[in-house]
Write a protein that binds this ligand. Structure first.
Ligand code: DUC
Ligand code: ZN
Ligand code: ZN
Length: 461
Protein backbone atom coordinates (compact mmCIF):
# COMPACT_ATOMS: atom_id res chain seq x y z
CA UNK A 1 0.00 0.00 0.00
CA UNK A 2 1.08 3.60 -0.55
CA UNK A 3 -1.18 5.02 2.14
CA UNK A 4 -3.36 3.61 4.88
CA UNK A 5 -6.15 5.52 6.58
CA UNK A 6 -6.41 4.06 10.06
CA UNK A 7 -9.15 4.40 12.70
CA UNK A 8 -11.80 5.25 10.12
CA UNK A 9 -15.57 4.87 10.28
CA UNK A 10 -16.57 4.53 6.65
CA UNK A 11 -20.05 5.63 5.55
CA UNK A 12 -21.52 4.35 2.30
CA UNK A 13 -25.05 4.58 0.87
CA UNK A 14 -26.05 1.52 2.87
CA UNK A 15 -23.63 0.94 5.68
CA UNK A 16 -21.31 2.40 8.30
CA UNK A 17 -18.35 0.23 9.31
CA UNK A 18 -14.96 0.53 10.99
CA UNK A 19 -11.86 -0.32 8.99
CA UNK A 20 -8.40 0.64 7.88
CA UNK A 21 -8.42 1.75 4.24
CA UNK A 22 -5.51 0.80 2.01
CA UNK A 23 -4.75 3.05 -0.97
CA UNK A 24 -2.48 2.11 -3.86
CA UNK A 25 -1.86 4.11 -7.06
CA UNK A 26 -4.59 6.57 -6.12
CA UNK A 27 -7.26 3.88 -5.78
CA UNK A 28 -8.94 2.07 -2.92
CA UNK A 29 -7.00 -1.20 -2.71
CA UNK A 30 -8.08 -2.97 0.50
CA UNK A 31 -10.08 -2.81 3.70
CA UNK A 32 -9.16 -4.65 6.83
CA UNK A 33 -8.79 -4.38 10.56
CA UNK A 34 -5.24 -3.59 11.66
CA UNK A 35 -3.73 -3.55 8.19
CA UNK A 36 0.04 -4.23 8.24
CA UNK A 37 1.72 -0.88 7.70
CA UNK A 38 4.75 -2.15 5.74
CA UNK A 39 6.21 1.34 5.41
CA UNK A 40 3.05 2.89 3.98
CA UNK A 41 2.23 6.47 4.91
CA UNK A 42 -0.46 6.39 7.60
CA UNK A 43 -3.23 8.89 8.06
CA UNK A 44 -5.07 8.71 11.36
CA UNK A 45 -8.77 9.41 10.87
CA UNK A 46 -9.08 9.49 14.70
CA UNK A 47 -12.53 7.94 14.58
CA UNK A 48 -13.75 10.50 12.03
CA UNK A 49 -16.33 9.63 9.43
CA UNK A 50 -14.88 8.82 6.00
CA UNK A 51 -17.26 9.51 3.11
CA UNK A 52 -16.82 9.41 -0.67
CA UNK A 53 -15.93 12.89 -1.95
CA UNK A 54 -18.82 15.03 -3.11
CA UNK A 55 -19.50 15.09 -6.83
CA UNK A 56 -20.84 18.53 -7.62
CA UNK A 57 -22.47 18.18 -11.03
CA UNK A 58 -23.45 21.85 -11.17
CA UNK A 59 -20.81 24.59 -11.16
CA UNK A 60 -20.15 27.75 -13.18
CA UNK A 61 -16.45 28.63 -13.00
CA UNK A 62 -15.26 31.60 -15.04
CA UNK A 63 -18.82 31.96 -16.29
CA UNK A 64 -19.63 35.00 -18.46
CA UNK A 65 -23.09 35.99 -17.30
CA UNK A 66 -25.26 39.10 -17.03
CA UNK A 67 -22.53 41.45 -18.19
CA UNK A 68 -19.80 40.10 -15.92
CA UNK A 69 -17.94 36.86 -15.11
CA UNK A 70 -18.32 34.66 -12.04
CA UNK A 71 -15.62 35.40 -9.47
CA UNK A 72 -14.00 31.94 -9.33
CA UNK A 73 -11.93 30.60 -12.18
CA UNK A 74 -11.23 26.86 -12.46
CA UNK A 75 -8.32 27.30 -10.05
CA UNK A 76 -9.89 29.16 -7.14
CA UNK A 77 -13.21 27.35 -7.62
CA UNK A 78 -11.71 23.88 -7.43
CA UNK A 79 -9.48 24.86 -4.50
CA UNK A 80 -12.68 25.89 -2.71
CA UNK A 81 -14.28 22.61 -3.78
CA UNK A 82 -11.36 20.57 -2.44
CA UNK A 83 -11.39 22.44 0.88
CA UNK A 84 -15.01 21.47 1.49
CA UNK A 85 -14.80 17.80 0.46
CA UNK A 86 -15.91 18.16 -3.16
CA UNK A 87 -13.53 16.00 -5.18
CA UNK A 88 -15.11 16.27 -8.62
CA UNK A 89 -17.10 18.98 -10.36
CA UNK A 90 -19.01 19.02 -13.63
CA UNK A 91 -19.04 22.54 -15.05
CA UNK A 92 -21.15 24.06 -17.83
CA UNK A 93 -19.57 25.10 -21.12
CA UNK A 94 -21.15 28.32 -22.37
CA UNK A 95 -20.13 28.80 -26.03
CA UNK A 96 -19.26 32.38 -26.89
CA UNK A 97 -21.17 34.10 -29.65
CA UNK A 98 -20.27 32.61 -33.03
CA UNK A 99 -18.06 29.97 -31.41
CA UNK A 100 -18.96 26.41 -32.42
CA UNK A 101 -19.81 23.89 -29.72
CA UNK A 102 -16.62 21.92 -30.40
CA UNK A 103 -14.49 25.08 -30.33
CA UNK A 104 -16.10 25.99 -27.04
CA UNK A 105 -15.24 22.56 -25.62
CA UNK A 106 -11.59 22.94 -26.57
CA UNK A 107 -11.53 26.51 -25.23
CA UNK A 108 -12.88 25.31 -21.84
CA UNK A 109 -10.41 22.41 -21.74
CA UNK A 110 -7.51 24.76 -22.40
CA UNK A 111 -8.61 27.11 -19.63
CA UNK A 112 -9.52 24.46 -17.08
CA UNK A 113 -6.79 21.81 -17.51
CA UNK A 114 -3.89 23.91 -16.18
CA UNK A 115 -5.87 25.17 -13.19
CA UNK A 116 -8.11 22.44 -11.77
CA UNK A 117 -7.21 21.15 -8.31
CA UNK A 118 -9.70 18.25 -8.47
CA UNK A 119 -11.05 16.16 -11.34
CA UNK A 120 -13.67 17.71 -13.55
CA UNK A 121 -16.13 16.96 -16.31
CA UNK A 122 -18.11 19.26 -18.56
CA UNK A 123 -21.72 19.64 -19.73
CA UNK A 124 -22.60 21.65 -22.85
CA UNK A 125 -25.10 24.53 -22.75
CA UNK A 126 -27.18 24.41 -25.92
CA UNK A 127 -28.57 27.85 -26.88
CA UNK A 128 -31.02 28.83 -29.60
CA UNK A 129 -28.20 30.20 -31.78
CA UNK A 130 -26.45 26.79 -31.75
CA UNK A 131 -29.47 25.04 -33.25
CA UNK A 132 -27.68 24.74 -36.57
CA UNK A 133 -25.12 22.53 -34.83
CA UNK A 134 -27.29 19.60 -33.85
CA UNK A 135 -25.01 17.38 -35.92
CA UNK A 136 -22.18 18.01 -33.43
CA UNK A 137 -24.08 16.23 -30.66
CA UNK A 138 -22.75 12.70 -31.44
CA UNK A 139 -19.18 14.08 -31.66
CA UNK A 140 -19.53 15.79 -28.29
CA UNK A 141 -20.86 12.57 -26.78
CA UNK A 142 -17.80 10.78 -28.20
CA UNK A 143 -15.54 13.38 -26.59
CA UNK A 144 -17.04 12.64 -23.18
CA UNK A 145 -19.77 15.31 -23.04
CA UNK A 146 -23.05 13.34 -22.97
CA UNK A 147 -25.08 15.93 -21.02
CA UNK A 148 -26.63 19.09 -22.45
CA UNK A 149 -28.07 21.99 -20.50
CA UNK A 150 -31.19 23.67 -21.83
CA UNK A 151 -32.65 26.90 -20.46
CA UNK A 152 -36.38 27.62 -20.47
CA UNK A 153 -35.80 31.23 -19.39
CA UNK A 154 -33.12 33.96 -19.63
CA UNK A 155 -34.40 34.99 -23.08
CA UNK A 156 -32.74 38.40 -22.87
CA UNK A 157 -29.39 36.81 -21.97
CA UNK A 158 -29.67 34.71 -25.14
CA UNK A 159 -29.84 31.42 -23.28
CA UNK A 160 -33.49 30.43 -23.68
CA UNK A 161 -34.79 27.85 -26.16
CA UNK A 162 -38.43 27.97 -27.27
CA UNK A 163 -40.52 24.79 -26.99
CA UNK A 164 -39.95 23.68 -30.57
CA UNK A 165 -36.19 24.10 -30.19
CA UNK A 166 -36.19 22.36 -26.82
CA UNK A 167 -37.96 19.42 -28.41
CA UNK A 168 -35.54 19.33 -31.36
CA UNK A 169 -32.45 19.26 -29.16
CA UNK A 170 -34.03 16.74 -26.80
CA UNK A 171 -34.76 14.36 -29.67
CA UNK A 172 -31.19 14.59 -30.95
CA UNK A 173 -29.68 14.05 -27.50
CA UNK A 174 -32.08 11.13 -26.93
CA UNK A 175 -30.87 9.46 -30.12
CA UNK A 176 -27.32 9.46 -28.75
CA UNK A 177 -28.44 8.12 -25.33
CA UNK A 178 -27.37 11.41 -23.77
CA UNK A 179 -29.10 13.42 -21.08
CA UNK A 180 -30.70 16.86 -20.95
CA UNK A 181 -30.26 19.02 -17.83
CA UNK A 182 -32.93 21.68 -17.69
CA UNK A 183 -33.24 25.07 -16.02
CA UNK A 184 -37.01 25.06 -15.63
CA UNK A 185 -38.75 28.40 -15.09
CA UNK A 186 -41.58 29.82 -17.20
CA UNK A 187 -40.13 32.80 -19.03
CA UNK A 188 -43.48 34.43 -19.86
CA UNK A 189 -44.55 34.66 -16.22
CA UNK A 190 -41.15 36.04 -15.23
CA UNK A 191 -40.89 38.65 -17.98
CA UNK A 192 -44.40 39.90 -17.25
CA UNK A 193 -43.84 40.17 -13.49
CA UNK A 194 -40.49 41.87 -13.98
CA UNK A 195 -42.09 44.47 -16.24
CA UNK A 196 -44.96 45.03 -13.81
CA UNK A 197 -42.57 45.46 -10.88
CA UNK A 198 -40.29 47.88 -12.71
CA UNK A 199 -43.29 49.94 -13.86
CA UNK A 200 -44.48 50.14 -10.25
CA UNK A 201 -41.06 51.37 -9.09
CA UNK A 202 -40.24 48.12 -7.27
CA UNK A 203 -36.49 47.90 -7.73
CA UNK A 204 -35.13 46.18 -4.61
CA UNK A 205 -33.79 42.62 -4.36
CA UNK A 206 -36.99 41.14 -2.95
CA UNK A 207 -38.75 41.85 -6.25
CA UNK A 208 -36.36 39.46 -7.94
CA UNK A 209 -37.98 36.70 -5.86
CA UNK A 210 -41.49 38.07 -6.32
CA UNK A 211 -40.98 38.04 -10.09
CA UNK A 212 -40.02 34.36 -10.10
CA UNK A 213 -42.80 32.56 -8.20
CA UNK A 214 -42.71 28.83 -7.55
CA UNK A 215 -45.58 28.25 -9.95
CA UNK A 216 -43.30 29.51 -12.73
CA UNK A 217 -40.98 26.67 -11.74
CA UNK A 218 -43.75 24.08 -11.42
CA UNK A 219 -45.20 24.91 -14.84
CA UNK A 220 -41.81 24.63 -16.52
CA UNK A 221 -40.86 21.42 -14.68
CA UNK A 222 -44.10 19.82 -15.89
CA UNK A 223 -43.59 21.04 -19.46
CA UNK A 224 -39.93 19.94 -19.49
CA UNK A 225 -40.88 16.51 -18.19
CA UNK A 226 -43.50 15.95 -20.88
CA UNK A 227 -41.32 17.36 -23.66
CA UNK A 228 -38.39 15.14 -22.68
CA UNK A 229 -40.59 12.08 -22.36
CA UNK A 230 -42.16 12.76 -25.75
CA UNK A 231 -38.68 13.26 -27.23
CA UNK A 232 -37.41 10.00 -25.74
CA UNK A 233 -34.61 11.51 -23.69
CA UNK A 234 -33.76 11.17 -20.03
CA UNK A 235 -33.94 14.44 -18.17
CA UNK A 236 -32.50 16.06 -15.09
CA UNK A 237 -34.10 19.12 -13.55
CA UNK A 238 -31.40 21.32 -12.04
CA UNK A 239 -31.74 23.42 -8.88
CA UNK A 240 -35.28 22.49 -7.89
CA UNK A 241 -36.33 25.15 -5.38
CA UNK A 242 -39.97 24.70 -4.38
CA UNK A 243 -42.68 22.43 -3.04
CA UNK A 244 -44.75 23.02 -6.19
CA UNK A 245 -41.74 22.10 -8.33
CA UNK A 246 -41.24 18.94 -6.27
CA UNK A 247 -44.88 17.97 -6.81
CA UNK A 248 -44.41 18.33 -10.55
CA UNK A 249 -41.34 16.05 -10.41
CA UNK A 250 -43.19 13.46 -8.33
CA UNK A 251 -46.07 13.46 -10.80
CA UNK A 252 -43.71 12.81 -13.74
CA UNK A 253 -41.87 10.11 -11.81
CA UNK A 254 -45.17 8.44 -10.87
CA UNK A 255 -45.89 8.12 -14.60
CA UNK A 256 -42.58 6.31 -15.07
CA UNK A 257 -40.73 9.13 -16.85
CA UNK A 258 -36.95 8.87 -16.77
CA UNK A 259 -36.56 12.16 -14.90
CA UNK A 260 -34.41 13.07 -11.93
CA UNK A 261 -34.11 16.18 -9.83
CA UNK A 262 -31.33 18.08 -8.15
CA UNK A 263 -31.70 20.62 -5.39
CA UNK A 264 -29.04 22.89 -3.89
CA UNK A 265 -28.06 23.48 -0.25
CA UNK A 266 -29.19 27.14 -0.42
CA UNK A 267 -32.78 26.05 -1.13
CA UNK A 268 -32.60 23.75 1.90
CA UNK A 269 -31.14 26.13 4.49
CA UNK A 270 -31.96 29.71 3.45
CA UNK A 271 -35.33 31.40 3.00
CA UNK A 272 -36.64 34.43 1.13
CA UNK A 273 -36.60 36.53 4.34
CA UNK A 274 -32.98 37.38 3.49
CA UNK A 275 -34.13 39.59 0.60
CA UNK A 276 -35.28 42.15 3.21
CA UNK A 277 -31.69 42.49 4.49
CA UNK A 278 -29.50 45.42 3.38
CA UNK A 279 -27.26 42.85 1.65
CA UNK A 280 -30.28 41.06 0.12
CA UNK A 281 -28.75 41.35 -3.36
CA UNK A 282 -26.02 38.87 -2.33
CA UNK A 283 -28.72 36.18 -2.16
CA UNK A 284 -30.08 36.79 -5.64
CA UNK A 285 -29.92 33.61 -7.68
CA UNK A 286 -32.35 31.87 -10.00
CA UNK A 287 -34.64 30.34 -9.06
CA UNK A 288 -34.85 32.48 -5.91
CA UNK A 289 -35.04 31.38 -2.28
CA UNK A 290 -38.47 30.33 -1.03
CA UNK A 291 -40.33 29.76 2.26
CA UNK A 292 -39.61 27.46 5.22
CA UNK A 293 -42.35 25.17 3.96
CA UNK A 294 -40.54 24.81 0.62
CA UNK A 295 -37.28 23.96 2.42
CA UNK A 296 -39.08 21.25 4.41
CA UNK A 297 -40.62 19.74 1.32
CA UNK A 298 -37.19 19.56 -0.40
CA UNK A 299 -35.67 17.77 2.62
CA UNK A 300 -38.64 15.37 2.46
CA UNK A 301 -37.98 14.84 -1.25
CA UNK A 302 -34.41 13.76 -0.46
CA UNK A 303 -35.62 11.30 2.18
CA UNK A 304 -38.38 9.87 0.02
CA UNK A 305 -36.12 9.59 -3.02
CA UNK A 306 -38.01 11.93 -5.36
CA UNK A 307 -35.00 14.31 -5.31
CA UNK A 308 -31.93 12.32 -6.22
CA UNK A 309 -28.95 14.67 -6.14
CA UNK A 310 -27.44 17.78 -4.61
CA UNK A 311 -25.52 20.22 -6.80
CA UNK A 312 -24.29 23.63 -5.71
CA UNK A 313 -24.97 25.87 -8.76
CA UNK A 314 -21.72 27.51 -7.64
CA UNK A 315 -21.70 30.88 -9.41
CA UNK A 316 -20.23 33.50 -7.05
CA UNK A 317 -20.09 37.23 -7.63
CA UNK A 318 -18.34 39.64 -5.26
CA UNK A 319 -20.07 42.60 -3.58
CA UNK A 320 -18.90 45.02 -6.21
CA UNK A 321 -20.43 42.86 -8.96
CA UNK A 322 -23.64 42.44 -6.98
CA UNK A 323 -23.76 46.24 -6.69
CA UNK A 324 -24.43 46.51 -10.43
CA UNK A 325 -28.03 45.91 -9.44
CA UNK A 326 -28.26 48.31 -6.47
CA UNK A 327 -31.06 50.36 -8.01
CA UNK A 328 -32.55 47.65 -10.25
CA UNK A 329 -32.91 44.00 -9.25
CA UNK A 330 -32.77 42.86 -12.90
CA UNK A 331 -29.12 43.94 -13.07
CA UNK A 332 -27.92 41.91 -10.07
CA UNK A 333 -25.75 39.08 -11.42
CA UNK A 334 -27.60 35.90 -10.44
CA UNK A 335 -25.67 33.38 -8.40
CA UNK A 336 -24.17 32.33 -5.07
CA UNK A 337 -21.12 30.27 -4.10
CA UNK A 338 -21.70 26.73 -2.86
CA UNK A 339 -19.33 23.98 -3.92
CA UNK A 340 -17.23 24.25 -0.73
CA UNK A 341 -20.17 24.12 1.66
CA UNK A 342 -22.17 21.18 0.26
CA UNK A 343 -20.69 18.59 2.60
CA UNK A 344 -20.59 20.71 5.79
CA UNK A 345 -24.19 21.87 5.29
CA UNK A 346 -25.62 18.51 4.27
CA UNK A 347 -23.93 16.85 7.23
CA UNK A 348 -24.68 19.48 9.84
CA UNK A 349 -28.09 20.79 8.74
CA UNK A 350 -29.22 17.46 7.29
CA UNK A 351 -27.74 14.47 9.12
CA UNK A 352 -27.04 16.12 12.48
CA UNK A 353 -30.51 17.65 12.60
CA UNK A 354 -32.12 14.32 11.66
CA UNK A 355 -33.66 15.65 8.47
CA UNK A 356 -31.88 12.97 6.43
CA UNK A 357 -29.75 9.93 7.24
CA UNK A 358 -26.02 9.58 6.61
CA UNK A 359 -26.97 7.09 3.87
CA UNK A 360 -29.19 9.69 2.19
CA UNK A 361 -26.33 12.16 2.37
CA UNK A 362 -23.80 9.87 0.68
CA UNK A 363 -26.38 8.88 -1.92
CA UNK A 364 -27.39 12.41 -2.98
CA UNK A 365 -24.00 14.13 -2.69
CA UNK A 366 -21.88 11.46 -4.32
CA UNK A 367 -23.24 8.09 -5.48
CA UNK A 368 -26.26 9.31 -7.42
CA UNK A 369 -24.51 12.17 -9.24
CA UNK A 370 -21.78 9.69 -10.21
CA UNK A 371 -24.37 7.24 -11.55
CA UNK A 372 -26.45 9.81 -13.36
CA UNK A 373 -23.46 11.43 -15.05
CA UNK A 374 -21.44 8.38 -16.02
CA UNK A 375 -18.75 8.37 -13.34
CA UNK A 376 -19.80 5.35 -11.25
CA UNK A 377 -18.07 3.26 -9.84
CA UNK A 378 -14.82 5.05 -10.61
CA UNK A 379 -16.25 7.79 -8.42
CA UNK A 380 -19.24 8.07 -6.10
CA UNK A 381 -18.28 5.14 -3.89
CA UNK A 382 -15.27 3.72 -2.05
CA UNK A 383 -15.24 0.15 -3.29
CA UNK A 384 -12.02 -1.64 -4.17
CA UNK A 385 -10.79 -0.16 -7.43
CA UNK A 386 -12.58 3.21 -7.04
CA UNK A 387 -10.58 6.42 -7.04
CA UNK A 388 -9.49 7.28 -3.51
CA UNK A 389 -11.55 10.48 -3.48
CA UNK A 390 -12.68 10.92 0.10
CA UNK A 391 -13.30 13.30 2.95
CA UNK A 392 -12.69 12.67 6.63
CA UNK A 393 -15.31 14.50 8.67
CA UNK A 394 -14.62 15.44 12.28
CA UNK A 395 -18.23 15.05 13.34
CA UNK A 396 -18.00 17.41 16.28
CA UNK A 397 -15.87 20.18 14.76
CA UNK A 398 -17.79 23.45 14.83
CA UNK A 399 -17.10 25.97 12.09
CA UNK A 400 -18.90 29.25 11.56
CA UNK A 401 -19.18 29.71 7.81
CA UNK A 402 -17.73 33.22 7.64
CA UNK A 403 -15.97 34.50 4.52
CA UNK A 404 -12.50 34.16 6.08
CA UNK A 405 -13.00 30.38 6.51
CA UNK A 406 -14.04 29.80 2.92
CA UNK A 407 -11.84 29.70 -0.16
CA UNK A 408 -14.15 31.01 -2.86
CA UNK A 409 -12.94 34.27 -4.36
CA UNK A 410 -15.53 36.65 -2.87
CA UNK A 411 -15.66 39.05 0.04
CA UNK A 412 -18.76 37.77 1.90
CA UNK A 413 -20.47 34.56 2.87
CA UNK A 414 -24.18 33.84 2.42
CA UNK A 415 -23.91 31.37 5.31
CA UNK A 416 -22.11 33.49 7.90
CA UNK A 417 -24.98 33.09 10.38
CA UNK A 418 -24.57 29.29 10.32
CA UNK A 419 -22.17 27.32 12.52
CA UNK A 420 -21.86 23.76 11.33
CA UNK A 421 -21.41 20.87 13.70
CA UNK A 422 -19.10 18.58 11.75
CA UNK A 423 -16.57 19.65 9.13
CA UNK A 424 -14.14 17.89 6.80
CA UNK A 425 -10.61 17.94 8.21
CA UNK A 426 -8.84 16.02 5.46
CA UNK A 427 -9.73 15.53 1.80
CA UNK A 428 -8.08 13.28 -0.77
CA UNK A 429 -8.27 13.38 -4.52
CA UNK A 430 -7.06 10.13 -6.10
CA UNK A 431 -5.10 9.38 -2.94
CA UNK A 432 -3.37 12.79 -2.80
CA UNK A 433 -4.19 14.90 0.23
CA UNK A 434 -5.61 18.19 -1.06
CA UNK A 435 -6.94 19.70 2.17
CA UNK A 436 -5.76 19.33 5.72
CA UNK A 437 -7.22 21.22 8.68
CA UNK A 438 -8.76 23.93 6.54
CA UNK A 439 -5.68 24.55 4.37
CA UNK A 440 -5.42 23.69 0.69
CA UNK A 441 -2.34 21.46 0.32
CA UNK A 442 -2.95 20.17 -3.20
CA UNK A 443 -1.76 21.53 -6.51
CA UNK A 444 -3.61 23.55 -9.10
CA UNK A 445 -3.50 21.65 -12.38
CA UNK A 446 -3.34 18.23 -10.71
CA UNK A 447 -7.01 17.51 -11.48
CA UNK A 448 -7.88 15.52 -14.59
CA UNK A 449 -10.57 15.87 -17.21
CA UNK A 450 -13.21 13.16 -16.83
CA UNK A 451 -14.61 12.07 -20.19
CA UNK A 452 -18.00 10.59 -19.38
CA UNK A 453 -20.11 7.91 -20.99
CA UNK A 454 -23.66 7.30 -19.81
CA UNK A 455 -25.00 3.83 -19.28
CA UNK A 456 -28.04 3.07 -21.41
CA UNK A 457 -30.16 2.37 -18.39
CA UNK A 458 -29.53 3.93 -15.01
CA UNK A 459 -31.41 3.16 -11.85
CA UNK A 460 -30.86 5.66 -9.11
CA UNK A 461 -31.62 4.79 -5.52
N1 DUC B 1 -28.83 30.58 -11.87
C1 DUC B 1 -28.02 31.30 -11.16
O1 DUC B 1 -28.42 31.78 -10.10
N2 DUC B 1 -26.76 31.54 -11.60
C2 DUC B 1 -26.23 30.96 -12.76
C3 DUC B 1 -27.22 30.43 -13.69
C4 DUC B 1 -28.51 30.10 -13.07
O2 DUC B 1 -29.30 29.42 -13.66
ZN1 ZN C 1 -29.88 27.33 -13.98
ZN1 ZN D 1 -26.53 26.80 -12.89
Amino acid sequence: MDKIVINARVATETDVFEADIGIRDGKIAAYSHHMPLDGAETIDAKGGLVVPGVIDAHTHMDFPFMGTTSADDFGSGTVAAACGGTTAIIDFILPKQSQSLLEALHDYRSRADPLVAVDYGLHMIFKQENLTELESVPQLVKEGIPSFKLFMTYRREGLMLDDKSLFKVMKKVGQTHGLVAIHAENNGIIENLVETNLEAGNFSAKYHALSKPSLAEAEAVGRAAHLAHAAGVRSYIVHLSSAYGAEAIEYAQSRGYDIFAETCPHYLVLTDEVYERPDGRNFVMSPPLRSKRDCASLWDGISSGSIQTIGSDHCPFNSQQKDYGKGDFTKIPNGVPGTETILPLMFSEGVRKNRITIFDMVRVTSSNPARRFGLYPRKGCLIIGSDADLAIIDTSKRVRLTADKLHTNIDYSVYDHITTEGYPVLVMSRGRTVMENGEFVGKKGAGEFLPRELEEDITLR
